[in-house]
Write a protein that binds this ligand. Structure first.
Ligand SMILES: CC(C)(COP(=O)(O)OP(=O)(O)OC[C@H]1O[C@@H](n2cnc3c(N)ncnc32)[C@H](O)[C@@H]1OP(=O)(O)O)[C@@H](O)C(=O)NCCC(=O)NCCS
Length: 217
């Protein structure tokens, strides 16, 4: 079966416009922090931080799953992480920094933490993990991704199908490998799809981040 064929009432494709991107933002916030979701006051900044770079810089590398007309899951990625990170820094993160310091997200603790990380006043734990494996990773595994599915639709094969669609796109572009960062909760999902652990680091009491990679050749 081709990866983008229907799956028990679900359809897959690229976001059709702003409404679908809005739904992606909602799922991103609703599934954040190992699927628990985050409170309303954190959502505007959180979605801007995690979703806006993909919407603005690499919209062709996001796919969604629809149940009837409703977006129930998505995968956002990009085939060339190094140039994406550079463009994200100047085109998305700098403007976001200025919005945050000018008070656009008054009730978001994430925005305050971001400003401190951006100014190197506060340690960036994700950055520490990134530096551990950065040297080789961008050559061996240049692509990356984020995938999230609405909890009401978990376990129906949507996450796996979104991954298959993305991998097919990467293989068509002869991308040699893909990496991602995840918490404990989704480790087994990625392992099932063939990902192997590249590095891991503790980011708090009982909380670990894992860098996972898959060679596509
Ligand atoms: C992780 C996630 C994307 C999986 O999506 P999903 O649509 O529920 O997964 P699928 O139904 O496609 O599952 C594919 C396979 O992985 C397994 N699987 C899925 N989630 C799993 C989990 N958390 N632990 C163990 N196995 C899991 C399924 O049992 C299935 O196995 P099978 O092929 O043997 O039947 C989804 O649970 C999610 O959005 N979680 C919350 C947010 C999150 O953690 N995202 C990842 C951020 S890095």
């Amino acid at each position: 079966m081709p990866p983008d064929s229907p799956l028990d009432g679900y359809r897959f494709g690229r976001p059709r416009g702003p409404e679908d991107w809005k739904a992606i933002r909602e799922i991103c916030c609703g599934t954040a922090e190992s699927g628990q979701g985050i409170p309303e006051e954190r959502r505007p900044f959180f979605a801007e931080y995690w979703v806006a770079p993909y919407e603005r810089l690499v919209p062709d590398w996001t796919w969604v799953a629809w149940r009837e007309q409703e977006v129930v899951g998505y995968l956002s990625g990009c085939p060339a992480t190094a140039s994406f990170v550079l463009r994200r820094h100047f085109l998305v993160r700098w403007p976001l920094f200025f919005r945050a310091v000018s008070g656009a997200f008054p009730s978001s603790p994430d925005a305050a933490a971001f400003v401190k990380r951006f100014l190197f006043i506060r340690k960036d734990l994700g950055r520490r993990l990134a530096l551990k494996f950065l040297a080789g990773i961008l050559t061996l595994y240049p692509a990356h991704l984020h995938v999230n599915v609405d909890p009401a639709h978990h376990g129906k094969g949507i996450g796996k199908r979104l991954m298959e669609i993305y991998m097919m796109g990467l293989r068509q572009h002869r991308v040699p490998g893909v990496h991602l960062v995840c918490g404990e909760g989704s480790l087994a999902f990625y392992r099932k799809l063939g990902f192997q652990e590249l590095a891991g680091t503790d980011v708090g009491p009982g909380v670990k981040l894992h860098a996972m990679g898959l060679i596509l050749a």
